[in-house]
Design a protein around this ligand. Sequence first.
Ligand SMILES: Cc1cc2nc3c(=O)[nH]c(=O)nc-3n(C[C@H](O)[C@H](O)[C@H](O)COP(=O)(O)OP(=O)(O)OC[C@H]3O[C@@H](n4cnc5c(N)ncnc54)[C@H](O)[C@@H]3O)c2cc1C
Length: 429
Amino acid sequence: MNDIGESGQPPSLWAATATPAPPTGPLDGAADADVVVVGAGLTGCSTALHLAERGTSVILLEAHEIGSGASGRNMGLVNPHFRVLPTQVSALLGEELGGRMNAVFAAGGDTVFGLIKRHEISCDAVRTGNIEASFTKRGLAELRATHDERLSLGAPFQWLERNTLAEMTGCERYAGGYIDRGAGGIQPLSYVRGLARAALGKGARIHTRSAVNTIAKLGDLWRVTTDRGQATARHVVVAADAYTEGVMPEIRAAMVPMWTHIGASEPLSPNLRRTIMPGGQSLGDNATVPRYYRIDRDGRLVVVTLGRAARSVLSPLSDWDRKAMSWAFPHTGAPKIVYRWQGVLGISPNHLPFVHEPEPSFHVPLGYSGRGITSATVMGKILADRILGQPSGECPVPLFPLAPAPYRLLHGLYFRAALYAGRLVSMVR
Ligand SMILES: Cc1cc2nc3c(=O)[nH]c(=O)nc-3n(C[C@H](O)[C@H](O)[C@H](O)COP(=O)(O)OP(=O)(O)OC[C@H]3O[C@@H](n4cnc5c(N)ncnc54)[C@H](O)[C@@H]3O)c2cc1C
């Protein structure tokens, strides 16, 4: 899983165009704080920021560099809503917890864009809405149900018929869909670095290149050890999600790992640019193997889909990103792919995030299931509330024990088979 080079980041479009990381270095020697957070992705940085803003002392320890896990390499789509509908969330968790969870996470778009504004985070943020579409009858019916329920709850959703969708996106493949006008896009590495900078500004201490090897209880305190130092605190947050390494292997076992890869083209000509998602929205679909497209600030077409990037030109998966671009936007020709990278995200058994708390002072948030930009950012605030004394009965996220994800292997095989099938079918379509 480790594709991180000397720079501490995997090579990607985002690594090449991000705002610089704030200066940080390894933990050397002993230090103490109220809270130690392990992992400087969105969850860790948001937790550190929300705690530091409220005067709590925090040490954030990162094995590599800020954002080197999923947070700095994702697609950058700020989608405020889970894939699971509010009625399903309430059915799964009960009216009370489900209602709290729906309310807090539905405001996730405002939380993300609010933090960007408040802390003046320069991350190419746009909030022009994201489009979800389908080319099948069944897919359309699912989107319609999502649209109707979200709209009835006041979310800024709008249904798009085939022609309107084609006019807005320049893609004629889809039969219809909706736009969520509360959604948007960011440069993900710049965003997570911006959160880290804001946390540092509020007094948090961030140590990079500080992989945590052990976490041990000493009386009422936790001692967290790295190769060169140790940090002691009353609370520990392990915010390492699908990128957990060196500690707590049960975290990764609790999720189905979903590989995804992204390709980014060279900048499109201004003429082409005017024909593809000119309103700044992204376009995605709800196929078993979905794909999402967006344009970055320099006019590159970026596409994400499931699976790992092909390692050989002979693989049926080879050049998938370029093929997916010409499938949706044939008039681009097949644009040259300049950046290609991949990452893994953690899917929880019910596709909802949760927190594992083996002890009241030990917190393990995880399971964002592909919607981590909003969910992980929101989770940081939830954890800060929790650490500062919010009772379990008011927590807006389920507190579940960690258990191996059921059918983990089968899930993996199912998606792998669907991936190959989807790609073979789309080759002939
Ligand atoms: C390719 C891809 C595309 C995605 N696209 C989107 C999208 O468009 N929209 C969206 O909402 N979500 C998307 N996601 C999901 C989203 O990126 C994640 O849910 C989110 O970033 C998780 O954040 P995190 O902070 O919990 O974990 P991470 O960002 O993975 O951070 C965990 C950190 O912990 C560190 N760590 C691990 N072990 C240790 C240790 N022992 N000691 C110290 N540090 C440690 C890691 O190095 C890492 O930096 C995507 C994910 C991927 C992989």
